[in-house]
Design a binder for this molecule. Structure first.
Ligand code: SAM
Length: 207
């Protein structure tokens, strides 16, 4: 039966706050502590980009700072991606599990901070995506270092999105100076309130 408390965006199903599953998780599980307590609009910007620029099938994809994990779930659903959804806060994973089941896909989860992720973690990936993960000045430093490790490990592409905060624009400036980088204003056609910036970094050294 169609639930009024489930919305569909970019072909994936998302639980609304009033859904009994979300209510139950909020009551029974420890609350996410680093803003991973909802799906953020920047996720829809990357979904829109990937709708317009579809990925090859079965790419190995890491969603960093995954929150509820919808971006990885989108990639699993539409491109049969092999997904690892990473977050510093394990409190987000029950929400990932619920959406995985709702969308009938499978993703792996891993608790790790940006700094925890090493060469070997990136060497196993084709693509890194991350939505709304550069909101504190400390994150600029962490993500600069993460991008450097990922590029050296041979990740082919990194796609990040943000509403357009100063911290994100600082990261973008650094990437423009050091990598093949595009920074573009972007908007979701389906979720028209979702507007912001996309940062796309290509790795010329990747096979
Ligand atoms: C604003 S939420 C965005 C969640 C999701 N990407 C989305 O668009 O809906 C930021 C996420 O980054 C995670 N996070 C914050 N700092 C992190 C760090 N240093 N390493 C890994 N994840 C982090 C948080 O736990 C949270 O899930």
């Amino acid at each position: 039966m169609k639930s009024p408390h489930v919305r569909s965006i970019h072909g994936i199903r998302i639980l609304k706050n009033k859904h009994q599953t979300i209510k139950r998780l909020r009551k029974e599980e420890p609350a996410p502590t680093l803003y991973g307590d909802q799906v953020w609009h920047s996720s829809f910007l990357i979904m829109e980009y990937l709708t317009q620029h579809p990925l090859p099938l079965r790419q190995r994809i890491m969603d960093i700072g995954c929150g509820w994990g919808l971006l990885g779930i989108y990639c699993a659903k539409h491109f049969a991606g092999d997904i690892v959804s990473v977050d510093a806060d394990s409190g987000v994973f029950p929400y990932v599990r619920s959406h995985e089941a709702l969308n009938d896909v499978s993703v792996r989860t891993e608790r790790a901070t940006f700094n925890d992720l090493k060469h070997a973690d990136f060497a196993a990936q084709d693509l890194i995506v991350g939505a709304d993960i550069c909101f504190w000045p400390s994150m600029v430093k962490e993500l600069k270092s993460l991008i450097s490790r990922a590029m050296l490990a041979g990740v082919k592409k990194i796609i990040l999105a943000d509403p357009g905060r100063t911290t994100f624009l600082q990261l973008a400036e650094h990437c423009k100076e050091n990598y093949i980088t595009r920074l573009e204003p972007w908007q979701s056609q389906e979720q028209t309130t979702s507007k912001g910036m996309l940062l796309i970094i290509d790795n010329p050294l990747a096979a």
